[in-house]
Design a protein around this ligand. Structure first.
Ligand code: NAD
Length: 294
């Protein structure tokens, strides 16, 4: 059986460490990191995410500013709010919850957030910095996945990795992060041929596809480390539902050296990394070295 990578415990430690840093920022520098979250509309999943983000932000001792806007809010009004937050010195991070209603252009909105407050790491300037090895803001889910990998394996240099999925929010930034760690990376997607064979070559498998339990145990090289980013709700035979990943945990956990479960693997890392990014930006904006807050 594989080692189960406990993202819940890792993220709890990360949040506890951030809370200590926040206390030092308050006591020594009179700065309280502030995270603003904007939710447009009533999407139920988004409402759940926004609630947990607000709760965990407050638990870390940070200021949480929630802006809930009506589904019919115009793009102009949303951009005006973002502009106000961009210029608010108490706000160090701004997150616009996606997806947005259809009449609002996501690209315009994402790039209206000031790059140094873009705690999602989706602004073109942060995307460019990540792919050129610069110091920008790294998207939360790939950042959390990389933290788990480094904690599990130590140095990733020279390892062969496959990222399944090429989305802008997970697959592509994951590719950039693994390259930065000097892995040899294959990125696979819906048109990839012989995916199973590609997968069997990899020491590290990152699955971010959105297809329940797609990656089977016999796709995994014995001893490989598997990071399952997928979150899929499926119906059980009795009509109730459960969450599963993009990896078939039952068969994969018999072959892999280590594997993240769903839930309790990558999922909890995403909000912890959001808080990390907000504290990091509060430090950077004020010229403070985050690592010195100990
Ligand atoms: P997406 O739909 O934007 O991208 C999916 C990718 O998978 C695409 O690049 C596509 O080419 C690829 N793909 C589709 N079918 C494939 C196939 N048969 N073989 C190989 N590749 C295939 O999805 P996303 O936003 O990147 O999310 C991926 C998964 O990760 C989803 O389950 C999502 O819920 C989950 N997710 C989890 C977190 C988290 O916090 N843990 C955050 C973001 C996304």
């Amino acid at each position: 059986m594989s080692t189960i990578i406990d993202g819940k415990a890792f993220s709890a430690n990360l949040r506890a460490d951030l809370a200590k840093k926040v206390t030092i920022l308050k006591d020594k520098h009179n700065i309280t990191p502030g995270l603003a979250v904007i939710l447009v509309g009533e999407d139920p999943a988004s409402q759940v995410y926004v609630r947990s983000k607000g709760k965990q932000t407050a638990e870390a001792g940070m200021n949480s500013y929630e802006h809930k806007l009506d589904e019919s809010t115009s793009q102009e009004d949303l951009l005006a709010l973002i502009d106000k937050l961009n210029n608010d010195a108490d706000v160090h991070g701004i997150l616009v919850q996606l997806p947005l209603p259809k009449h609002i252009d996501e690209f315009t909105v994402i790039n209206a957030v000031a790059a140094h407050k873009d705690v999602d790491g989706f602004h073109l300037s942060n995307v460019g910095l990540l792919s050129t090895g610069g110091e920008g803001i790294v998207p939360c889910t790939p950042l959390g996945s990389t933290m788990l990998l480094k904690d599990q394996l130590g140095n990733l240099s020279g390892k062969k990795a496959i990222v399944i999925g090429r989305s802008n929010i997970v697959g592509k930034p994951m590719l950039a992060l693994l390259l930065k760690e000097s892995c040899t990376v294959t990125i696979a997607h819906s048109r990839t041929q012989n995916l199973e064979d590609e997968c069997r070559q990899a020491d590290i498998v990152v699955a971010a596809v959105g297809i329940p339990e797609m990656v089977k145990g016999d796709w995994i090289k014995p001893g490989a480390t598997v990071i399952d980013v997928g979150i899929n709700r499926i119906e059980k035979e009795d009509g109730s539902t459960k969450l599963v990943g993009d990896v078939d945990f039952g068969t994969a956990s018999e072959v892999a050296g280590a594997i993240t479960p769903v839930p309790g693997g990558v999922g909890p890392m995403t909000i912890a990394c959001l808080l990390h990014n907000a504290v990091q930006q509060a430090c950077r904006i004020n010229g403070i070295e985050m690592d010195d807050l100990a």
